[in-house]
Design a protein around this ligand. Structure first.
Ligand code: CA
Length: 161
């Protein structure tokens, strides 16, 4: 445009919309708009790679790209799933001191929640020389691994003796 005989670049007003302006860890927000150079941007809340943190996008006109991202830890007992913090769906059961609760056979008790139903598991014998051991993959899904007994040992009540 021309202004008083001088050509100037048209100024673009940065715009930004945040569907989760309070950065609620349980709301997957989206930040979108145009930065000061007129380039469009958008980002959604997402999880850190270790699923311990939720990365919240927020409008930030002081930042060149028009937005910034912060990744706080999910609340205690929760993990990140698809951009929001959710209760862990499995893990070792802990006592008040944070120590694992043990079953009668001395192995840690795990809980697993699936479709709203929570069950508890500990080491069991799959057969006479294999332990079936509960594990919690990334805090998300309870699975079982097979652990073979050492030679000449036999699985009894979830323990190789
Ligand atoms: Ca959020």
């Amino acid at each position: 445009m021309c202004n008083a005989g001088v050509c100037t670049e048209p100024l673009t007003d940065a715009t930004c919309t945040d569907t989760d302006p309070v950065n609620d860890a349980h709301v997957r927000g989206e930040v979108s708009g145009t930065d000061a150079s007129g380039a469009a941007f958008s980002t959604e809340d997402h999880c850190s790679s270790n699923l311990e943190r939720v990365c919240e996008g927020m409008c930030d006109s002081g930042n060149l790209g028009g937005y910034s991202i912060e990744c706080p830890l999910c609340p205690e007992g929760q993990m990140c799933n698809e951009g929001v913090c959710v209760p862990r769906s499995c893990g070792p059961i802990l006592d008040e001191d944070g120590e694992p609760v043990l079953a009668d056979n001395g192995t840690p008790v795990y809980f697993g929640t699936y479709e709203g139903v929570t069950t508890e598991h500990h080491d069991m014998c799959k057969d006479s020389n294999t332990i079936l051991r509960p594990t919690c993959e990334e805090g998300a899904e309870l699975t079982f691994v097979e652990v073979p007994c050492l030679a000449r040992r036999t699985c009894t009540n979830g323990v190789c003796r």
